[in-house]
Design a protein around this ligand. Structure first.
Ligand SMILES: NC(=O)C1=CN([C@@H]2O[C@H](COP(=O)(O)OP(=O)(O)OC[C@H]3O[C@@H](n4cnc5c(N)ncnc54)[C@H](O)[C@@H]3O)[C@@H](O)[C@H]2O)[C@@H](O)CC1
Ligand SMILES: [K+]
Length: 510
């Protein structure tokens, strides 16, 4: 798990450190880190560094100062450095002097006697020091044309210019980097919105900042693997948590089949189905105990309700019956629309039983609007507000998934590809959330671990080509296995000490 700090948190910590460090020491520390990563990139892409052409795009603040100082360090390694000054009158004076002293070339933009765009397109590496933490809005002035002329990999200083530091939003022209070198701690731009796609690989340079509790956290494979419920020698199908799925209809049986399948694949606990698609579920997943109604379903430790349920009276009755059961519940899709349409359903909910809501943007708006919660560009704030207002965990789907709980804790799962944007994908996610809730997981982590496995299973299934939601079901065990192994956990085979451990569903020989 790693932390993500807001721009304000980082600035406060930087100011405290600046007050007790010699003038310019911090910026040189940051710039040295940039230069180190730039050298590695050059070596990787061109096989060397001496004589390679690096162009610095330099804006008016300390971000440009970082780039200029990095240029100074690159000159020490005989790199040919040209700084394009977008605001020559406001370029960082010490950085500029240092680069010139070391033999770097500086060109004012618009360039006199030099074609700035040609310089950019002839570079082996471009360093983006246009704007950093003080950025507002998209690229402007000469910057868009220069950025469009780039042919080489871009190393972004702190963040890709043009991307909003606190939300990752991109509203116009913005840099697309191969590598982003950031300082002190990761910021929201590195994990939210369009940020991850624009940042490329994010590398962190330690500045020795004394940081508070992070605003957001990101789960990694090992965090998910540490929490995943694995059967022990005393477990049976009931003790691992029974997941109930109330989804699908005669019109939409697929939602039921997918949600059941994902719960079946995610844990070895039992799965019950209640609804109008019992025949379809049984024929696809014989291990599911399928009945026609929630009342007949038998005991479950958590419910999934909503996908394919419809938004009429019949769906309303199903949601009411699920709430009456008083167990942790994941409400998705039509379930969310039902809550928006029949707000009195909230009264049926046991306030002590966790609810996880998994809306996409339109469902969020439908539910949030009457409650006075708007979905603006700050998706973290929106998810937090809806979680507090509904006393629930809110998993807001999107390019980055934001999971917030009623206490203000937030976990983010940045997307690494977009293959999961396919029909039925949400049903798979819901089944995962339900199975983790049934296993007794903390609802915030149930939602976030489900999202991690969902994204990873999608990546494994896609492997560079389009996939169906059913394909994602197939790779859930591989994603779980990856997480469990990353956590260094022994798969549950109960083999004698010293024997090679295999996961249960790996082929065994001999
Ligand atoms: N505070 C510190 O000691 C440290 C700061 N560091 C660097 O300093 C950066 C922050 O520097 P600054 O606060 O000076 O500000 P920036 O360099 O981020 O921005 C400078 C100015 O650019 C202008 N600007 C805003 N949006 C723009 C846009 N879209 N296009 C063009 N210009 C725009 C604004 O007038 C802004 O004040 C960090 O991102 C980091 O790179 C690092 O050197 C680490 C240490
Ligand atoms: K930048």
């Amino acid at each position: 798990m790693y932390g993500v700090w807001t721009v304000e948190q980082i600035r406060t910590a930087e100011d405290r450190l600046l007050a007790v460090t010699p003038d310019g020491a911090l910026i040189r520390r940051a710039a040295f880190g940039v230069a180190t990563h730039a050298l590695a990139l050059l070596r990787e892409r061109t096989g060397g560094v001496a004589g390679r052409r690096v162009v610095l795009l330099v804006g008016s603040g300390n971000n440009g100062g970082d780039a200029l100082w990095a240029g100074y360090y690159l000159r020490k390694r005989s790199v040919a450095v040209t700084a394009l000054l977008l605001r020559a009158d406001r370029a960082h004076p010490e950085g500029l002097a240092a680069l010139r002293r070391a033999g770097g070339r500086t060109v004012e933009v618009p360039a006199e006697g030099a074609d700035a765009e040609a310089l950019v397109s002839g570079a082996d590496l471009v360093v983006d020091g246009i704007v950093g933490l003080s950025a507002h809005g998209s690229l402007r002035g000469a910057a868009p044309a220069l950025v469009a002329a780039v042919r080489a990999p871009v190393l972004a200083v702190d963040l890709p210019s043009g991307v909003d530091p606190d939300t990752g939003a991109v509203e116009g022209d913005a840099v697309r980097a191969s590598v982003t070198v950031t300082f002190g701690g990761r910021k929201p731009v590195h994990v939210l919105g369009r940020g991850p796609a624009r940042c490329g690989e994010v590398r962190l340079v330690d500045l020795g900042l004394d940081l508070p509790e992070p605003e957001l956290r990101v789960l990694e494979a090992a965090d998910v693997g540490r929490r995943w419920r694995m059967p022990g020698p005393d477990d049976d199908k009931y003790t691992q948590g029974v997941t109930g799925i109330a989804a699908g209809s005669s019109t939409y049986p697929g939602a039921a089949v997918l949600a059941c399948g994902s719960a079946v694949r995610a844990t070895s606990g039992m799965v019950r189905y209640a609804g109008w698609a019992a025949d379809e579920v049984r024929s696809r997943w014989p291990e599911v105990v399928a009945t026609g109604s929630v009342e007949d379903a038998g005991r479950v430790q958590a419910w999934v309700v909503g996908p394919g349920l419809g938004t009429g009276q019949a769906g309303r009755d199903v949601l009411a019956a699920v709430f009456d059961d008083g167990v942790p519940t994941c409400v998705d899709a039509d379930g969310i629309s039902l809550l928006a349409k029949y707000p009195e359903l909230w009264d049926r909910r046991d306030p002590d039983a966790a609810v996880v809501l998994t809306p996409h943007d339109r469902e969020f708006a439908r539910l949030g609007e009457p409650l006075g919660v708007e979905l603006g560009p700050d998706r973290v704030a929106a998810a937090r507000a809806l979680a507090a207002r509904t006393n629930s965990v809110v998993l807001l789907k999107g390019n980055a998934t934001v999971v917030a709980d009623q206490d203000g804790r937030v976990l983010v799962n940045p997307a690494r590809s977009s293959w999961l944007a396919t029909a039925g994908s949400g049903d798979v996610l819901t089944g995962l959330v339900g199975s983790l809730l049934a296993a007794g997981e903390d609802p915030l982590f149930a939602a976030a671990c489900a999202s991690w496995v969902h994204v990873r299973a999608g990546e494994l299934a896609a492997d560079g080509a389009p996939i169906s939601a059913a394909d994602v079901l197939g790779t859930i065990p591989a994603a779980v296995r990856e997480a469990v192994l990353a956590a260094g956990r022994r798969p549950p085979l109960h083999r004698p000490e010293g024997a090679t451990a295999l996961c249960d569903d790996e082929p065994r020989h001999g």
